[in-house]
Design a protein around this ligand. Sequence first.
Ligand SMILES: *Cc1c(COP(=O)(O)O)cnc(C)c1O
Length: 361
Amino acid sequence: MADHAEPDLSPDTQVVALGRPQPRPGAAVNAPVELTSTYHAGGDLDYGRSGNATWTAFEEVLGALEGGMALLYASGLAAIDAALSLVPTGGVVVAPRSAYGGTVTTLTQRSDDGSLTVRWADLTDVGAVRDMLPGAALLWVESPTNPLLEVCDVPALVAAAHEADVVVVMDNTFATPLLQRPLADGVDVVVHSVTKYLSGHSDVILGAVVTPASDEGRARQERLLRHRTMRGAIPGPMEAWLAVRGIRTLHLRVARATANAGELARRLRGHPSVERVRYPGFGAIVSIETIGGAEAAERVCGATRIWVHATSLGGVESQLERRRRHANEPPTTPDNLVRLSVGIEDVDDLWRDLDAALRKA
Ligand SMILES: *Cc1c(COP(=O)(O)O)cnc(C)c1O
């Protein structure tokens, strides 16, 4: 593989150039799907649960983009679970009341079974978070949040946490490292659902954890690697290969989807069927609250032709859903909120389809 660092390259070049085999005459241009459970003794790779060259290819690209060292996992939730393994048994986690439903659910379950204690916070209120930090082991940050799209002051939260000796983990799924690099703001551990923008084609479930190349970061990376190897939440080589294939166009997809999202948010603001539009000014997720409550919101989701009614985001195709149709969605999400994951289609086609569905509902 090429050298990890490459700090002189722009992210747009890193996504294309990194994670490739050494350029020797006759060598393949792309990392192969390395379907093997074990390796001949004496090399860097040993057994397929501890490492795989196709994982390494993806980890090299994502590590460079985030400015750290990445580990690939079987899902975003496996990556979240790995990050939470940094909390000692019974330790305190300060976490957002409103965040990705899976994170809220896993924290709630662990607090119910007594393996950790959660202090729920509003992360947009730095003062309130600061008051909750003393004695905590970890601060969980998500920004923008899923699906309320709240944005918090990451450097201020990091400063408050580090003053209290608290480790900061941040879920960077929504922004991607192209729009936001948490490690540069002092965050200690970044997690991703690679399922979303990084892979970008709604064809794999994967996750990742990234730590900085500092001494502390390296020590955490070793702990996380041991955790991945021993818990066994490892990605499949085929999924890793698809993620490498997907991330090659990350910059193009994010740029197009973001431009589409900004335009749709602008047009939706004047729409007679829409009560409220949430868009933080970057990224490709727009959340709307429809007039007519949950029923109208459901009808909108069922009435589109191009927009796919499904629960995910970050794919090339535009998707929408009413989040509260899921029982585990935090009650902080309004009942009539429809989350729009804007894709890379023609923006006028997307608008006509959505506008017609909204008017019908
Ligand atoms: C989807 C998602 C996850 C979970 O990832 P999976 O790959 O589905 O396990 C975590 N965080 C955010 C913000 C997400 O949107």
